[in-house]
Design a binder for this molecule. Structure first.
Ligand SMILES: [Mn+2]
Length: 284
C-alpha cells in the first residue's frame, strides 16, 4: 500500500487478484459538510473488525483481493475523473470485480465511464435522485451522477432505490431517472423494489453504487447530507444478495468521518463491501 493500511485480508498482487479495491478521497463538490475525503481510510480501518468470511453465505472459495490504495486528493472533479479512469480502467478491462470507496458520490462518474462497451446497468441506493443536468455550475457534481450515467448507459439502464429527496426540476422532464422511494421500500419491502429495478434495466450486468445516506441516519449518521426516513442496513444487505450473480462492481460513498464520531458509519460501509465480495465469491 503506497499510502497507509490496506483493506483487511487484501493480500494479493494485482495479477492474482479476483477483486481490486480502490479509494477515491475526493470531496470538493460537497455542498453541506465536507470530510468524505477521509472515507476510504476510515472504511479500511473498520474492515479489521470482521471475520474473514460470513457464515450465512456457507463455505465460499477464499477471494484474492488487491488493494490499489488511494488516488491523489484533487481539487477539480475533471482531474479526479481522469485519474480514476486511468486507475480503474485496467481492472475493469481485465474483468476483475471492483470495489471502490469514496469520497463523495461524484467518484462514481469515472468508474461507470470505464465500462466503455456500456453493457452494464447502474443501480444506486441513495436518499437523493442525483439526476440534475448540472449543480452550482458543475456537470460532474455529486448531484448529477445519475444524469451522467444515463448519458453513458442509457436511461433504461439506470435506477435509484431509497429516494426521499428530489428537486422539482428532476421530476418535471420526460427523461426523469426512474426510482423507488424509501417510503415505498419501508412500506412494501426491499425485495419488490430490487426486482422492479432488475426487471426494468436492459443490461444483464449490474454495477451497484451505495450512497451511505440512502440508509437511515439512525444507522449511518456520519455522512454529508443526512436525510431522515431511510432504509434499514439489512435492506441493503438483501439488495446486494438479490442482485447476486448479476453484480459486477460495487462502491460505497459519502462516508464522512468527521461527522462519524463512533465510527459506526464506516463499519457499516466496510461490512457492505464485504457483503458484495461474498456475493461475488459465490460464482468462483
Ligand atoms: Mn445522497
Amino acid at each position: 500500500m503506497p499510502n497507509g493500511i490496506s483493506f483487511a485480508d487484501a493480500e494479493s498482487a494485482y495479477n492474482d487478484a479476483d477483486v481490486c479495491i480502490y479509494g477515491i478521497p475526493y470531496d470538493h463538490t460537497a455542498c453541506f459538510r465536507a470530510g468524505a475525503r477521509e472515507g476510504p481510510m476510515a472504511i479500511r480501518r473498520a474492515s479489521y473488525n470482521f471475520e474473514r468470511s460470513h457464515f450465512e453465505h456457507g463455505r465460499l472459495p477464499e477471494l484474492s483481493v488487491f488493494d490499489y490504495g488511494d488516488c491523489d486528493d484533487f481539487f477539480y472533479p475533471e482531474d479526479m475523473i481522469d485519474e480514476v479512469m486511468f486507475a480503474m480502467g485496467n481492472p475493469i478491462r481485465d474483468g476483475k470485480f471492483t470495489v471502490a470507496f469514496g469520497g463523495e458520490h461524484s467518484v462514481n462518474i469515472p468508474i461507470i465511464r470505464c465500462f466503455q462497451e456500456r453493457s452494464i446497468a447502474l443501480i444506486s441506493i441513495d436518499a437523493h435522485l442525483d439526476s440534475r443536468d448540472e449543480y452550482m455550475g458543475a456537470a460532474n457534481s455529486h448531484a448529477c451522477i445519475m444524469r451522467r450515467a444515463a448519458e453513458h448507459l442509457g436511461l433504461d439502464n439506470v435506477y435509484v432505490l431509497g429516494v426521499r429527496s428530489v428537486a422539482d426540476e428532476e421530476l418535471d422532464r420526460d427523461d426523469a431517472v426512474p426510482f423507488v422511494s424509501a417510503y415505498d421500500i419501508l412500506d412494501n419491502g426491499i425485495e419488490k423494489a430490487v426486482s422492479l429495478a432488475l426487471d426494468s434495466v436492459k443490461a444483464e450486468k449490474v454495477y451497484l453504487t451505495v450512497d451511505i445516506d440512502g440508509i437511515d441516519p439512525a444507522f449511518a449518521p456520519g455522512t454529508g447530507t443526512p436525510e431522515p426516513f431511510g432504509l434499514h442496513p439489512y435492506d441493503v444487505k438483501k439488495a446486494i444478495n438479490a442482485i447476486g450473480d448479476r453484480l459486477v462492481g460495487f462502491d460505497v460513498c459519502e462516508v464522512c468521518p468527521p461527522a462519524d464520531p463512533t465510527g459506526c458509519t464506516a463499519v457499516l460501509a466496510a461490512r457492505l463491501a464485504k457483503e458484495a465480495m461474498s456475493v461475488y465469491a459465490r460464482r468462483l
